[in-house]
Design a protein around this ligand. Structure first.
Ligand code: FES
Length: 105
C-alpha cells in the first residue's frame, strides 16, 4: 500500500469537502478543525456524492435524502442511512494531503 497525494491543504477550508482521485477511485476528502479525513465518496443509501453534502459538527449530511454520517468514524447517524461508510487513512506533510491507496479497493 502506498500514500497517494490527492490535494493541497489550502484547497479546502474547514467544513468543506471535495471528491479526490485515489488510483481511479473517488474518495471524499473533508477538512474539520484543520484536520483531514477521507471516506468513500458515495453514500451507502443510494447514489449521491457526499462531498456535495453539508458538513457540520464533524458530520456530513447527504445531499439526496439527508442521511448523516460521522466523518471521523464513518458511522451512520440517522435514517435513512443504516450502513456505515468506509473511512481511509489520511496524512498531511506540509501543504500536501495523502490518502492510503487501499482506499481504491
Ligand atoms: Fe444518501 Fe439517500 S442517498 S441518504
Amino acid at each position: 500500500m502506498n500514500w497517494i497525494k490527492v490535494a493541497s491543504a489550502r484547497e479546502l477550508k474547514n467544513d468543506e469537502a471535495k471528491t479526490v482521485n485515489v488510483a481511479g477511485h473517488g474518495v471524499a476528502l473533508f477538512r474539520i478543525d484543520d484536520e483531514f479525513f477521507a471516506t468513500d465518496s458515495m453514500c451507502t443509501h443510494a447514489t449521491a456524492l457526499l462531498s456535495e453534502g453539508y458538513v457540520e459538527d464533524g458530520c456530513v449530511e447527504c445531499p439526496l435524502h439527508q442521511g448523516r454520517f460521522d466523518i471521523r468514524t464513518g458511522r451512520a447517524m440517522c435514517a435513512p442511512v443504516t450502513v456505515d461508510l468506509r473511512t481511509h487513512a489520511v496524512k498531511q506533510e506540509g501543504d500536501d494531503i495523502y490518502v492510503m491507496s487501499s482506499a481504491a479497493k
